[in-house]
Write a protein that binds this ligand. Sequence first.
Ligand SMILES: Cc1cc2nc3c(=O)[nH]c(=O)nc-3n(C[C@H](O)[C@H](O)[C@H](O)COP(=O)(O)O)c2cc1C
Length: 293
Amino acid sequence: MAGYTDSPFRRLAREHGSTFTYTEFVSTEAIIRNSSKTFSMLRFVPEERPIIFQIFGSRPEVIADAVKILAELSPDAIDLNMGCSVKKVAHKGSGAGLLREPEKAKNIFHAMKRASTVPVTAKIRLGWDPSSLNYREIARILEGEGASAIFVHGRTKSMGYSGTADWEKIAEVRQSVSIPVYGNGDVISKEDAEERIRKYDLNGVLIGRHAMGDPWIFSGMDKNSVTKSEKHRTMIRHIEWMVEFYGEKMGVRLFRKHFVHYTRGCTNAAELRKKGLMAVTKKELLTVLDELL
Ligand SMILES: Cc1cc2nc3c(=O)[nH]c(=O)nc-3n(C[C@H](O)[C@H](O)[C@H](O)COP(=O)(O)O)c2cc1C
């Protein structure tokens, strides 16, 4: 998830039991421009493996060049984002915009597969809008072009994040192809994940929003039953990794959004957040965390 699944976040997810993690999506145009900011989003530590790099773009030749460069960094797979609904991505022919142009998507995936020395996958939505539900067609194209797996968010582009994901349709994708299919959308716990995997006969699920401020979701622990000292220990670890990765000033600043998620449901959340959001140094932040105990 853009803005969230950086190296410290992924490391924490893996440590708590997620099977693999994804990077934030990165622009293939930025990769071929050699943008250092973009490359820094792909830095990872060995403990994060298996790791999937996620890319977006709309030009086959650029995507192929970017994939050649990225494969050299040895991710476990490279995934094409075909689901992003944000206007500046989808309306420019990338992300979910590719669902509107199956032929172009086919060419792009073909180029990606040819250029890559590591497995390639794609993450899709059900279609652009309710009148163009082409998930089965897209899935078959991806399978035909050599995708190693398909990840399906059970909403259309036009839904954004509204309504609920349609898992019956995700199951239809599973039945349409013989490569692994992973479902995505609204998974709220490990138990929920296992239930959906069983019910819809899937290879796995992706967990997004519910992992924010809750790495315990991957170990099957209810966040509300996690002890204060365990919460404290995990947040300190998270901060330490953030500071290690970004340096103190940036690490502390970027931790703020995670802090808001971690303190959701805390009895004194408002007060804690006020203090947490004002912290500038690691020491200040750790002092606020001590109040959690
Ligand atoms: C802040 C945010 C950033 C996201 N960034 C990405 C992204 O970079 N790539 C992607 O495939 N999906 C991205 N998504 C979508 C999620 O991966 C996921 O498909 C969606 O949130 C539904 O799953 P969930 O109900 O488990 O969150 C993002 C979602 C959010 C809320």
